[in-house]
Design a protein around this ligand. Structure first.
Ligand SMILES: Nc1ncnc2c1ncn2[C@@H]1O[C@H](COP(=O)(O)OP(=O)(O)OP(=O)(O)O)[C@@H](O)[C@H]1O
Ligand SMILES: [Mg+2]
Length: 282
């Protein structure tokens, strides 16, 4: 059994915010954060402009926005891999001043190690952080089972499809029971059907762990399906243009996409992209 059993009411409705997070889910507070890069030519590029966002423990946040608006930058800032130019970020009560080890990160490319089996790839963070291997072995197996990969534990990444590889990388990010999960377009390279299945798998795993999630995507549909709130960003320098609360009950089935509230949210976000000139009708 995966730790941190789901906090969903019997009727499938979300638990109230105060009870929502898993035992170790953390808040994330992004306060007045701007980021400028210095290019190799010595020019300054402003990627983000004064972003303020308070994320509750156990909340699932999706971020959508045009290419180059600073989504990956925001994720790198939260993970502490790069410093902010101005502003502060708190994970829990702790200011982020360098790489945070408590976060699970899923990058756009799966970055599996080809010479390790599926199970050994999932156990990699346990090894790196010198956690107890015995207690994490069952956890790794449970996670693989929860995404339908039990039979593939002893296979190598080259023997898997793209969707299976991404499922392994999600298990790897979750194996240490991270209080914060950061995902940068994890399903961007997948075909539409696999992607829909991955959305369901991710929701199922998350409903059990209930950690805090920041999920970046180009897909409006995916954002509305997965998130408690969708953050819409404007073009570079990225700012928060809108925040949409998605009040659809969980677990969300794939048929939720034909629910009027779902369609209305998707349409609302699409209007933002039309206004930004990123989507155009002929
Ligand atoms: N190391 C860097 N040096 C200079 N400029 C950078 C650097 N990294 C990112 N940028 C610039 O910052 C802006 C934001 O980049 P970022 O990767 O955060 O965008 P994004 O929203 O993730 O885009 P995409 O949707 O295409 O992944 C872009 O204009 C990019 O060119
Ligand atoms: Mg990006």
């Amino acid at each position: 059994m995966i730790q941190g059993a789901g906090k969903v009411a019997a009727d499938g409705s979300p638990a109230p915010a105060a009870q929502r997070g898993g035992d170790r889910a953390v808040s994330v507070n992004i306060q007045g954060v701007s980021k400028s890069y210095r290019t190799l030519r010595g020019e300054d590029v402003q990627a983000l402009d004064t972003v303020d966002l308070a994320i509750e423990p156990g909340e699932f946040i999706a971020i959508v926005g045009p290419s180059g608006c600073g989504k990956s930058t925001l994720m790198m800032l939260v993970s502490g891999l790069i410093p902010a130019t101005t502003g502060t970020i708190l994970v829990g009560d702790t200011p982020v001043n360098g790489p945070i080890t408590s976060a699970g990160i899923v990058f756009q490319r799966d970055l599996l190690l080809d010479w390790r089996t599926v199970l050994d790839n999932v156990l990699l963070p346990v090894e790196i952080r010198k956690l107890d291997p015995a207690s994490h072995l069952q956890k790794a197996k449970d996670l693989l089972a929860s995404v339908g990969l039990s039979e593939f534990e002893d296979r190598y990444p080259a023997e898997l499809s793209g969707g299976m590889r991404q499922r392994v990388s999600i298990c790897r990010a979750l194996v240490q029971d991270p209080d914060l999960l950061l995902m940068d377009e994890p399903f961007g390279a997948l075909d539409a059907l696999t992607r829909e299945q991955m959305n369901q798998d991710l929701q199922r795993v998350w409903l059990r762990s209930r950690n805090t999630v920041v999920f970046i995507t180009h897909s409006i549909d995916e954002a509305v399906y997965l998130a408690d709130r969708v953050i819409v960003m404007s073009s570079r320098p990225g700012k928060i243009a809108d925040i949409i609360k998605v009040d659809l009950p969980r677990p969300r089935r794939s048929t939720v996409r034909s629910d009027k509230r779902f369609i209305d949210h998707v349409e609302h976000i699409r209007q933002h992209f039309m206004a930004l000139g990123i989507l155009k009708d002929d």
